[in-house]
Design a protein around this ligand. Structure first.
Ligand code: FES
Length: 104
């Protein structure tokens, strides 16, 4: 198990640590920022080893510039990372689910 530093400064200013509903986990893509994970979750590396998140609310980097990946270290602001909070159009897989099935 690895333990990475996760000081409060890793969370965006408008994120409340521990603000979850107590049921499962939620993942919120923050506009121009990280993925905020709240609640009851496990963080594993690709080999299945547990990564100690150090808290119940964490910020995961999605800009690719953090020096402490997979955690956000705030570098996205200096890097000018830009991304919406939600997709501007449905994923192809979601579109496929919505299309009626053709039966022979
Ligand atoms: S999203 Fe914050 S450093 Fe990448």
């Amino acid at each position: 198990m690895s333990s990475l530093p996760s000081p409060e400064s890793e969370l965006p200013d408008d994120v409340e640590a521990g603000a979850d509903d107590g049921e499962g986990a939620t993942i919120t893509p923050y506009r121009d920022g990280p993925l905020i994970v709240r609640g009851d979750f496990r963080l594993l590396d690709q080999d299945g080893a547990e990564i100690d998140p150090g808290r119940r609310t964490i910020a995961l980097c999605r800009c690719g510039k953090s020096g402490i990946k997979p955690f956000c270290d705030g570098t996205h602001k200096r890097a000018g990372f830009s991304a919406p909070s939600a997709p501007s159009r449905p994923r192809p897989a979601a579109q496929l689910r919505q299309e009626p099935r053709v039966r022979d």
